[in-house]
Structures are given as structure tokens and as C-alpha cells.
Design a protein around this ligand. Structure first.
Ligand code: CMC
Length: 431
């Protein structure tokens, strides 16, 4: 990684400091500032990490200018069209596409961990019926560490492997149970003869009193949504998982931290916020009003599903998602979906507007995903929970990579302190 020939020179208070430069396989060079404080007594300042690489990683690469997303080198559009979610999980976790035998073994391991400890059903019953599924997920996933003690020792590679498979396997069961609980229906146990996406759809939409046939079109669309959200390098929730794990906390607790971070509307919560926005706009005639609001500095409103920290071009996931939305609605015989019409026209008008062009704001993955999920029958409150199911493999892969690194250090940022200088305590009667 290090390129001995390259370095940067920092000139500070009449002294020069040589800083090594590392060259990645893809992407911009990075300046190594790890020894800067020791040598020069200064910190760097980068809130929001806009120019800071927090780790080295071999998993995912994004070229924001080109609008390219690669998992272990493979473009996301190829994975979305030719592969499927569990194969992509294998790729993210182990670094290479599996052979047929490896895939069969992996699928069988995931399938055999889909059930939850029966005692966990009581945990769900402690929540209010109107609890958002994401609130339930944060709690229940964190509680996994109270049930699976035999896979919380992070120093043991075998336990790390078991925890990884358990997490990928159980997340759909937890999300489906969170949904069933909020609508007052019985929990549906997983069925191990079904593929990952079909099993999830069945656990969400079947009831014990009726037969349920999974629609293969919806199952394929579900699998594609999982695939498109599987990983996205050092995004906010993944960085949260890494930071939480850097202290040595167990993987279940760390993934719960990732779910909490994902919940926010600037991150995974955008899919719910976007569909609610599209519904609120309602008709194409009202689009200019909302575009004007998004451009107004005095209005906090933003076009949800638009813009990205890294992509300054089309989010490649959004392109596949848009095709999927068309296919799913078409195959379901829905040709006059007003939300899809508003979304397409909003995209067209925003892309033609100089404000969005100048700021390089394009539709992101969340712009079209909600339309597909709604067509499948999911309420908006489940959208981010489904994102969490999909992203679990990304969190786990990045966690495994980090824990296996012998140079692992606890993440401990420094700060630019701008508070009061040292002062003496004042007794209450003198304040
Ligand atoms: N609508 C209107 N203006 C926007 C938008 C938007 N969606 N996004 C960014 N801007 C403007 C922003 O006002 C700012 O303008 P100025 O430079 O005049 O102050 C400029 O663009 C840069 O914005 P920023 O907030 O500094 O950029 P960021 O990289 O910190 O934020 C973002 C990225 C995704 C949080 C932001 O674009 C946003 O809030 N988008 C809407 C929420 C959304 O769709 N999030 C999902 C992201 S993709 C999935 C995921 O990560 O989970």
C-alpha cells in the first residue's frame, strides 16, 4: 500500500514535516498523518470526514465522479443482473465469487440459522404495538448478544464466522417479526426450503391460516433490493459499526449501533422520507413548488432521495432501481401509479434545473426503492428495516475485515475545542 517514493511536505512554524503518501488500487492517494501530532503537535480538522480515509479496506470501491460502485472489483449493475443476494454476501464476506459447492454450503449454513431463540418472542411482546419496526430492530438485534453467548468472543475466528452467518440469517426473521407484531398478526416461522428473499416475503405476508405462494417476480425484485443495498464502503452506519467494534464490543451490539445510525433520514431513513415526500407532492403540477422549496436557503426542506456525499454523478444503484420499479409495476399490471409518475417527472425537472446541476445532485438509491416496496405491500415504516436487513452483510464484512487486522486500534477522534477556557467554580449564590 505505501509508496515510498511519494510524500507530502507540510510547512509549519518554520519547520518542514514529511508525510508519507499511500496509493490505493483505485481512487485518490491518501496522505498518512498518523504521526503528525507526535511530530508537529497539531491535529487535522475534518468534521463529517469529507477528506479523511478512516481505514484501508478491500471490500467496496465507489468512484463518485463516474457513478461507479464495485464490490470486490465487480460492478454493481453486473451483480444486480447476473448474481443474487446470497452470492453477493459470499463475495463481500470472503472476497471471491463462490464455486457451486461453496455457494451451496454457504446457503445451507445461512438457511440453518434463520430461526430465532424462542425466548426472544417475549422481547417483541414488550414493545407497544405502534412501535416503529426500526425501534424494535435496534432493541432486538442488540439483545441477540444475550442469547448467543457462544459467538460473542471476537478473538476467536470461528465465533466471528458463526456470528456473521447468524446475523445474515436472522435479520430477515427479526424484521418480519417486527412487522407482524405491529399489525397484530402471528409470527411466521422461517421456511428453509425457500430462498432468502422468498422466505422474507413469506414471513411478512403469509398467515398461518392460509396457504401462501410467493410471487417469483416479487421475490426477484426483493432479492435485487437486498443486493443493491448490500454494502457501500465507509458510509455513516458502517463507520458506526467499525467505531463501536474498535473497542472490542460484541458483533450483535455493534450491528445494533449500525441500525440506529441507518435510521436517520439523511441515511437509510431517506427511503421512507422520499416516498412520503412523493405522496405529499401528489401530482406533477405541484413539483415546481417543491423544487423551489428545495432550493430556498431559508427552507430546511430537501428533495429526499436526491444527492449523495460521494456520488457526484448518477448513483448506479438508482439506475437499476428505476428499471426494477418499471418492471415490477408493469409485471403487476400497475400502469398508472401516481407516485411513480411524480417521481419520474420530479427527476426530470430537477435534473434540468441549474441548482441541482451545479451542486451535482442526482437521484440516489432511495429515490425509487420505496415505490417498489410499496407496490409489494410494505408500509413505509418497514422501508428502512428492509435496508437494515440488506446492509447487514456489509456491516459484518467490514467488521470481520477490521477485527482480523493486527493493527486494529480503538477509534478515538480528537477535537477542536472551542468552549470556555479553564475557570473557577462559582457558588450558586454568586451567579
Ligand atoms: N435537496 C436540496 N439541496 C440539497 C440536497 C437535496 N436533497 N442535498 C444536498 N443539497 C445541497 C445542500 O443544501 C448544500 O447546498 P449549499 O452548498 O448551498 O449549502 C449542497 O447541496 C451540499 O449538501 P451537503 O448537505 O453539504 O452534502 P452532504 O454530502 O453533506 O450530504 C446527503 C449528502 C445525502 C446527506 C444530502 O444530499 C441529503 O440530505 N440528501 C437527501 C437525503 C437522502 O436522500 N439521503 C440518502 C442518501 S443515499 C442512501 C444512504 O446513504 O443511506
Amino acid at each position: 500500500m505505501a509508496d515510498d517514493k511519494k510524500s507530502a511536505t507540510l510547512s509549519l512554524n518554520g519547520k518542514e514535516h514529511e508525510l508519507p503518501i499511500f496509493s490505493p488500487t483505485l481512487g485518490p492517494d491518501v496522505i498518512d498523518i498518523r504521526k503528525l501530532y507526535g511530530q508537529a503537535g497539531v491535529f487535522t480538522y475534518d468534521p463529517g470526514f469529507t477528506s479523511t480515509a478512516s481505514c484501508d479496506s478491500t471490500i467496496t470501491f465507489i468512484d463518485g465522479e463516474k457513478g461507479e460502485l464495485l464490490h470486490r472489483g465487480y460492478p454493481i449493475d453486473q451483480l444486480a443482473s447476473k448474481s443474487h443476494y446470497l452470492e453477493v454476501c459470499y463475495l463481500l464476506l470472503y472476497g471471491e465469487l463462490p464455486s457451486a459447492a461453496q455457494l451451496e454450503d454457504f446457503e445451507s449454513r445461512v438457511t440453518n440459522h434463520t430461526m430465532l431463540h424462542e425466548q426472544m418472542h417475549f422481547l417483541f411482546r414488550g414493545f407497544r404495538r405502534d412501535a416503529p419496526p426500526m425501534a424494535i430492530m435496534v432493541g432486538v438485534v442488540g439483545a441477540l448478544s444475550a442469547f448467543y453467548h457462544d459467538s460473542t468472543d471476537i478473538t476467536d475466528p470461528w465465533q466471528r464466522e458463526v456470528a456473521s452467518v447468524r446475523m445474515i440469517a436472522k435479520m430477515p426473521t427479526i424484521a418480519a417479526m417486527a412487522y407482524k407484531y405491529t399489525i397484530g398478526q402471528p409470527f411466521m416461522y422461517p421456511r428453509n426450503d425457500l430462498d432468502y428473499a422468498s422466505n422474507f416475503l413469506r414471513m411478512c405476508f403469509a398467515v398461518p391460516s392460509d396457504d401462501y405462494e410467493v410471487n417469483p417476480i416479487l421475490s426477484r425484485a426483493m432479492d435485487r433490493i437486498f443486493t443493491l443495498h448490500a454494502d457501500h464502503e465507509q458510509n455513516a452506519s458502517t463507520s458506526t459499526v467499525r467505531l463501536a467494534s474498535s473497542s472490542g464490543a460484541n458483533p450483535f451490539a455493534c450491528i445494533a449501533a449500525g441500525i440506529a445510525c441507518l435510521w436517520g433520514p439523511a441515511h437509510g431513513g431517506a427511503n421512507q422520507a422520499c416516498l412520503e415526500m412523493l405522496r405529499e407532492i401528489g401530482t406533477v403540477e405541484r413539483i415546481p413548488e417543491y423544487i423551489a422549496r428545495a432550493k430556498d436557503k431559508n427552507d430546511p426542506f430537501r428533495l429526499m432521495g436526491f444527492g449523495h456525499r460521494v456520488y457526484k454523478n448518477f448513483d448506479p444503484r438508482a439506475t437499476v432501481m428505476k428499471q426494477s420499479a418499471d418492471e415490477v409495476l408493469d409485471l403487476m399490471g400497475i400502469d398508472d401509479n401516481p407516485t411513480l409518475q411524480v417521481a419520474k417527472e420530479l427527476e426530470k425537472q430537477a435534473l434540468a434545473d441549474p441548482y441541482f446541476a451545479e451542486k451535482k445532485l442526482f437521484p440516489n438509491v432511495d429515490f425509487y426503492s420505496g415505490i417498489i416496496l410499496e407496490a409489494m405491500g410494505f408500509p413505509t415504516s418497514m422501508f428502512t428495516a428492509i435496508f437494515a436487513v440488506s446492509r447487514t452483510v456489509g456491516w459484518i464484512s467490514q467488521w470481520k475485515e477490521m477485527i482480523a487486522d493486527p493493527q486494529l486500534k480503538i477509534g478515538r477522534p480528537r477535537q477542536l475545542y472551542v468552549g470556555a477556557p479553564k475557570r473557577d467554580y462559582v457558588d450558586i449564590e454568586n451567579r
